[in-house]
Write a protein that binds this ligand. Structure first.
Ligand SMILES: Nc1nc2c(c(=O)[nH]1)N[C@H]1C(S)=C(S)[C@@H](COP(=O)(O)OP(=O)(O)OC[C@H]3O[C@@H](n4cnc5c(=O)[nH]c(N)nc54)[C@H](O)[C@@H]3O)O[C@H]1N2
Ligand SMILES: Nc1nc2c(c(=O)[nH]1)N[C@H]1C(S)=C(S)[C@@H](COP(=O)(O)OP(=O)(O)OC[C@H]3O[C@@H](n4cnc5c(=O)[nH]c(N)nc54)[C@H](O)[C@@H]3O)O[C@H]1N2
Ligand code: SF4
Ligand SMILES: [Mo]
Length: 734
């Protein structure tokens, strides 16, 4: 049996795995296995192992489907690809003609960022729409954009050589981001220190040298406390700071507004413990603060992310062995950023990007001053790291879709993104999708979002396509993923869908590569290789690494320095220094605090619940609650309860957990029941279980600079459900 090099895309860490080509050629007969089976080297989890079953599931969408009933009624007709693409392109052209190209919005996410080769953005740029949104707005993409404000790139931690790792919540486990879990454990075996900041005693907190149980949502305050200690005790790297940063004195003054006793009050962590952690970070170096989604999803997100950048910089950890590596682009492989071709979108259309006036940071407007510096240092004006640098604001796009404010958006494509359930204010999102003239979903399954579409187009899966991955443009390391079996049914790769529409809409000349493989060959041409020869030769391909590149080129910021005081934010009339913004006042009706998160080992985000072996391990959504909070509510282990916020309510089973602090509740992300039939009014249970319906997007709950929602510390109450109101299960999963 031939063995293929594959990148699992069961989640967004893309483990390098092996898969045999089965004699049957059928996806269900593929066996996915680790490249290196040794403990702490086996980069594979149960989702990867069970992926073939998931792709062979009888509910998979294998042919283009056209809606024939009302939206959400669940009535579909199989149509040919030509019929679907002809009709979609005609209807999209009509929307563009009546409302302008900005009336076309696209939502996509992690899965897509490595497989569309920039073709979605390219299509939008040639068509003239800036209104692209993504799950990366609240997961890594926004962090990348904020990092660029400070030092012009988004660093990747050097786990193999680091001496100290700091996890702000981020909690990789054996079945959650397995390679990062393994890398952290191997670093600890080498003697690296581990500091964990988490309200809950998480799996990583159990293994840490220091655990700081901070209140949810207070990471920015905590970072201000660390800075206070590091500045007061002069633990920073003076040589680096004086030569390579701007705004040190202003930063010091700002930090002096936050005494450690104030930080203790805000975070709930004793001042002495805060000081010990700050000292450990500054003096055990080189140290790393790996990316964390926790600060991507807070009302103080921009300040928290900038403060982490500042800590990295003033401690001298940027671009050194064991520190935070600024990769830049691979010199010989055409990047997705280049293929996206942001130059062709006119300034007039860029200026129409929704939400950019109020919340500019990751929009074209927010990034405009970084164009020239990026060109100077990285060779392109448009580095779109993690696809997060030129996004519209999701809430603003949904408002335009729902209410036509400030202008109508009337055509919406969702590609590999369960849009309805993957942002805040699900009530608004459903209204937005229902108000469209054209909705297209590119999917594997009839998700709650796809159920609202006019067309569902069947996407291929990672075992069924060739792909070239560079860690979302985060690293200069390219890895191939080889097709193992042919796509099931008529499933297609997303590049060919965009091209099919481009050709029909008179933009074919901009998509000269007829197939995905031809495009991959084009990307590799400077290496003198095609995709097949590249994939058979390399497990990964990286240029040799050069440390401290800034000594030659400066940093890719307007000043060429690390901007502790941000010239970009100042020009946008936002606070150029990081700050703490107080929580909204407590509300008596909502005495508890909830956070969304703690990923379920068995599923990725809103997916995977159709896989019988995985669902058997976790049949229902579960909230975590402390015993002292559960008892007065009469809640016992396994009881059904409701978590209620000002925004809405969700049903969950209670799990009483010793590691949960009093007053704090954990709500899992992304639950719906794929086994529940369509058309019952709940979108297969999304309206019973999905966390997006309790997550608000009013001004109090949005980060000012980016406009992303607060998911870590929302006021709530919990109430027990009686027998009449507990949610219905669907039929048995097949
Ligand atoms: N309310 C709320 N919103 C959130 C979060 C939260 O906790 N709460 N978390 C945020 C985070 S951290 C992230 S990473 C994002 C994730 O958001 P998404 O990346 O959208 O993740 P999923 O929910 O898994 O949805 C992906 C969809 O793509 C489909 N799919 C998977 N692989 C393929 C493929 O190869 N081709 C095609 N065509 N389709 C495919 C799956 O069936 C699934 O329906 O959500 C963010 N949004
Ligand atoms: N099995 C599996 N693995 C996954 C995923 C999946 O869906 N399933 N999703 C992947 C994706 S897209 C992502 S983004 C990551 C997310 O995974 P992680 O980065 O590990 O994030 P979570 O699991 O949501 O939460 C991690 C910890 O944050 C703590 N926490 C909650 N609120 C706060 C806070 O305000 N501050 C701090 N400091 N800590 C807080 C929680 O108690 C929890 O222990 O996982 C990835 N891995
Ligand atoms: S952690 Fe699991 S789901 Fe994610 S890429 Fe690795 S094997 Fe696949
Ligand atoms: Mo994520």
């Amino acid at each position: 049996m031939a063995e293929k090099r594959v990148l699992c895309s069961g989640c967004d860490i893309y483990c390098q795995v092996h898969a045999d080509v089965p004699p049957s050629g059928r996806v269900e007969d593929v066996r996915v296995k680790a490249v290196d089976p040794r403990p702490l080297r086996a980069n594979i989890c149960m989702k990867g192992v069970h992926a073939p079953e998931g792709f062979a599931h009888p509910n998979r969408v294998l042919y283009p489907l056209k809606r024939v009933g009302e939206r959400g009624e669940g009535k579909w007709k199989r149509v040919s690809w030509d019929e679907a693409l002809d009709d979609i392109s005609t209807r999209l052209a009509n929307v563009v003609k009546h409302y302008g190209p900005e009336a076309f919005a696209v939502s996509t996410s992690q899965w897509n960022t490595q497989t569309d080769n920039g073709s979605g953005r390219r299509f939008m740029n040639y068509l003239g729409s800036p209104n692209w949104i993504s799950g990366v707005a609240i997961c890594a993409g926004n962090t990348a954009a904020v990092n660029r404000l400070v030092y012009g790139w988004y660093p990747y931690p050097d786990y193999p050589q680091t001496k100290c790792i700091v996890l702000f919540g981020h909690n990789p486990k054996q079945h959650s981001w397995t390679p990062v879990y393994n890398a952290i454990r191997r670093a600890q075996q080498r003697g690296a220190k581990l500091i964990v900041l988490d309200p809950r005693k998480s799996e990583n907190a159990e293994l840490a040298d220091l655990w700081l149980p901070l209140k949810p949502g207070t990471d920015a305050a905590m970072c201000l406390g660390w800075l206070k200690v590091i500045l007061d005790e002069e633990l920073y790297d003076k040589a680096f700071t004086s030569r390579w940063t701007v705004g040190f004195e202003q930063l010091r003054q700002r930090v002096n507004e936050y005494s450690l006793s104030r930080i203790e009050l805000l975070t709930g962590v004793p001042a002495e413990l805060i000081a010990s952690a700050a000292r450990m970070y500054a003096t055990s170096g080189p140290a790393v603060i790996p990316w964390t989604p926790i600060t991507d999803q807070q009302r103080n997100s921009t300040s928290a992310i900038r403060l982490m950048c500042i800590l990295r910089a003033i401690c001298g950890y940027l671009d050194i062995p064991g520190g935070e590596l600024l990769h830049g682009f691979h010199p010989d492989i055409i990047s997705e950023s280049e293929l996206e071709n942001h130059d062709v979108l006119s300034d007039e259309q860029k200026a129409k990007q929704l939400g950019a006036e109020r919340h500019p940071v990751f929009t074209y407007r927010g990034m405009a001053d970084l164009r020239e510096p990026a060109k100077r240092v990285w060779g392109t004006e448009w580095p779109n790291l993690i696809n997060g640098c030129y996004m519209a604001n999701p809430s603003a796009v949904f408002r335009a879709m729902a209410d036509g404010d400030p202008y109508p958006v009337k055509a919406f494509f969702t590609l590999g993104n369960n849009t309805l359930m993957s942002f805040a204010n699900m009530q608004l999102i459903e209204r937005a999708i229902r108000n469209q003239d054209l909705v297209v979903a590119v999917e594997h399954f009839r998700t709650p979002t796809a159920q609202l579409a006019d067309y569902i187009l069947p996407g291929d899966a990672w075992l069924e396509r060739n792909c070239l991955a560079d860690g979302f443009g985060w690293t200069a390391i390219y890895r191939p993923s080889q097709k193992v079996v042919e796509p099931a049914g008529e499933c297609r790769t997303v590049y060919e869908i965009w091209r099919g529409l481009a050709v029909r809409m008179g933009m074919g000349e901009h998509f000269p590569w007829e197939t995905n493989e031809k495009l991959l060959n084009h990307r590799l041409q400077k290496l003198g290789m095609d995709f097949e020869s590249f994939a058979s030769e390399y497990a990964y391909h990286a240029p040799s690494y050069e440390y401290r590149k800034y000594e030659k080129s400066g940093f890719a910021t307007p000043s060429g320095l690390v901007e502790l005081y941000s010239s970009v934010l100042e020009k946008l009339q936002l606070d150029p220094l990081p700050y703490w913004r107080d929580d909204p006042p407590p509300e008596p009706d909502f005495p508890l605090t909830m956070f969304m998160g703690v990923r379920d080992d068995e599923f990725f985000q809103t997916g995977h619940r159709h896989i019988k072996a995985l669902r058997a391990k976790k049949p229902d959504p579960v909230m975590f609650i402390a015993k002292s909070d559960a008892m007065p509510l009469g809640l016992s282990e396994g009881d059904w309860a409701e978590v209620v916020t000002r925004q809405g309510r969700v049903k969950l089973r209670a799990s009483i957990r010793a590691e949960m602090p009093a007053g704090v509740v954990r709500v899992p992300h992304g639950w719906w029941l794929p086994e529940r039939p369509e058309g019952d009014g709940t979108l297969s249970g999304a309206w019973d279980f999905a966390d997006a319906q309790i997550c608000p997007d009013d001004d109090d709950h949005l980060d000012r600079e980016q406009g992303i929602p607060h998911m870590k510390g929302i006021a709530c109450r919990v109430q027990r459900l009686d027998a009449l109101t507990i949610p219905q299960r669907g039929p048995e999963i097949v």
